[in-house]
Design a protein around this ligand. Sequence first.
Ligand code: AMP
Length: 418
Amino acid sequence: MARRFKAPRGTFDILPDQATGRGRIERAAARILSRAGYRSIATPAFEDTDLFIRGVGKSTDIVQKEMFTFSDKGDRSLTLRPEGTAPICRAYVEHGMHKWPQPVKLSYVGPFFRHERPQAGRYRQFHQIGIEAIGSESPLADAEAIIVLSELLNELGVAGLTLRLGSLGSAASRQDYLDQLSRYLTRNEDRLGEAVRRRFRLNPLRAFDAKDEQTREVMRDAPAPVETLVGEDALHFEEVKDLLGAAGISYVVDRTLVRGLDYYARTIFSFECEALGAQSEVGGGGRYDGLIEQLGGPPTPAVGWAVGIERILLALDGEVPEREHRPIIFIAYDQDAPFAVKEQMVSMLNRLRLGGVDAEADLKGRGLKSQLKHANRIGASHVLLLADRSAELKDMETGDQRPVDPWEVVQSFIGDAA
Ligand code: AMP
């Protein structure tokens, strides 16, 4: 027998039933983000490998062990994008977006790739929705980014969320802090877990992420980034907190919060959902003021976040609420009626669809009764029953059925959709 194939490890198919919930998440995001002025951008699924080495950072898990890297036929090293910020910053520089009105507010959705050990909520191909606001240093940009993410998660009904907030200070002040932290870790080296001991010289901040109790104990007394903020950095963080307060958003300042990518400076945040277990982060992000310059652009402050669609689905147990009640019209017809009824049906379907209304009809020659059953199964809100010279409209929710002029019905649905 011929070999059967399966989707590669850590990947999955999105079947039509699952695509419905995902579509709702993406549409809610598109609505909320475009209302707030974020315009959509799409970048390629793969980029020059160096973009991620330079952008995401050599010391990160992503660059050290999670990238899907390959050589093309011209021996160029390419990498399936593990995240969206570095590619968008590349696009900002490449297309001279610093000449556009600032900040440039962008949103994206699509697949990302990391060679991680698969488990619930962690895949090798996953999907993120994200935004970047590039070209403003103001705490207002940080607050707005967090507020729209909170709005999205609330609208989708994700419950049990905690917003963790921190600040790493600006790149300029960070070196002093990192030296201080490195000295502390060196002094306590023999008490650190083995993995942290091996790599803290590469990136001391990641020691705050350690899961082993030994290291956690050491980190309880370590100098934390939020506690060492001074001057402009302290003021910036205060303003972000005040603005979130003004928007009625609650948060906890977490002294141990760090993120797995090197480009962050100042504000960092994450939304965690207790129901998710080990992979509890639904989404997160922060400010990355140095990245554009690092990628060859002018010095440009920026802030952004990404949220995992699979994590949202897990938090919602796969049940994404339907917020837009779009009607779906099913046109049923008597198979024994003259051919003219079928022509009328096709012409009505066409009009409805062109008018922006979701419309379907039987394509299999079913009897009327089983057409109604089918209409119910596909979630039709109304069925227009066509017979020779007469028609009736059935409201599938209430069960009401009444005689109608079918073209009037078509017009009124198109009017509602406009
Ligand atoms: P990051 O780009 O690492 O800041 O992650 C942002 C969000 O992407 C996380 O909060 C998750 O929701 C999601 N995410 C990151 N890595 C994975 C993965 N391997 N599988 C599923 N979702 C992920």
